[in-house]
Design a protein around this ligand. Structure first.
Ligand SMILES: N[C@H](CCC[C@H](N)C(=O)O)C(=O)O
Length: 283
């Protein structure tokens, strides 16, 4: 199976061109686990398929390194946009990409005909509790809500970018309890589809420091949908303002994100190709 390894701020995936390769649906979860394994596979945060679509030039499917399929992936979208443009699957520099969470618009930015960064309209964040999804009174938003766990009290804000995110604000990002609290919140029963867990330190009125424990992948260098959710949560909690470009500092680098008055969240950041190769699929 031919593959391309790409990353967005160190959040790397193995990309497979489904215009040329064919895979069995039932093998996808195990294939994602296989290729993501740094010892017996290629090594990545998961698997992303670039597929034909009936409603857009391309469709993105995302699998975490535990084999679970996700409805959206911000860093993945930027790499899929780069991949699709450079493969000639799209003519213009602005085009639509189908995801399981809906259609998104991407614009590639070129340097000597190579895509160096991408801007994506990530659409409208979803804030209603039952659509995150999160257990509790339907119709309410989850903003700085008390979240008790293991006899400790925390405050969480919940946002869906097509995939679920629980955001906790901290005073010191370097010592955020990512690897201790992350997995506990990820699989807490109050999140019936599990959840991505973000820790956010507000630096000033235009910068955030950010760490993430991703649903299905654990700690990653960056999470694009998570960074978008973090900006939305920061605005909902009064730390930041709409219509202002926010720089989110992730372990792997920076994303520029703005939540506009029309409700859409825009994300701009790098997308890079690491290598191509031929993977021997285990029987
Ligand atoms: N772990 C996520 C999918 C990958 C999202 C992340 N890598 C991004 O860049 O948005 C989930 O299960 O919802």
């Amino acid at each position: 199976m031919k593959f391309t390894k790409m990353h967005g701020l160190g959040n790397s995936y193995i990309y497979v061109d489904m215009f040329k390769e064919s895979l069995q649906e039932e093998q996808l979860p195990s294939l994602a686990q296989e290729v993501a394994n740094p010892y017996t596979g290629i090594g990545s945060d998961g698997l992303i398929l670039v597929c034909p679509s009936e409603v857009a030039p391309v469709k993105m499917r995302v699998f975490n390194n535990d084999g679970s399929e996700a409805k959206n992936c911000g860093n993945g979208l930027r790499c899929v946009a780069k991949f699709s443009y450079e493969k000639g699957y799209v003519e213009d520099t602005t085009f639509m990409i189908e995801t399981l969470g809906g259609l998104v618009e991407a614009t590639v930015h070129l340097k000597e005909e190579q895509v160096v960064s991408v801007t994506v309209d990530m659409g409208l964040p979803v804030l209603e509790r039952e659509q995150i999804p999160m257990l509790g009174n339907p119709g309410e938003q989850v903003i700085n809500e008390l979240f008790e766990m293991n006899n400790e009290k925390y405050q969480l804000t919940a946002v869906s970018m097509g995939n679920p995110h629980a955001i906790m604000f901290v005073d010191d990002i370097v010592n955020a309890p990512v690897s201790s609290l992350g997995p506990m919140i990820e699989k807490d029963v109050r999140f019936p589809e599990w959840v991505n867990v973000e820790f956010v330190e507000v630096v000033n009125n235009e910068e955030l420091n950010f760490r993430v424990w991703e649903r299905g992948s654990g700690i990653t260098q960056a999470c694009g949908t998570g960074a978008c959710a973090a900006v939305v949560a920061s605005i909902l909690n009064g730390y930041l303002e709409k219509n202002k470009e926010i720089v989110v500092h992730l372990l792997g680098g920076d994303l520029t994100i703005v939540w506009k008055d029309d409700g859409h969240v825009w994300m701009t950041g790098a997308a890079e190709t690491i290598c191509t190769g031929d993977y021997i699929v285990k029987l």
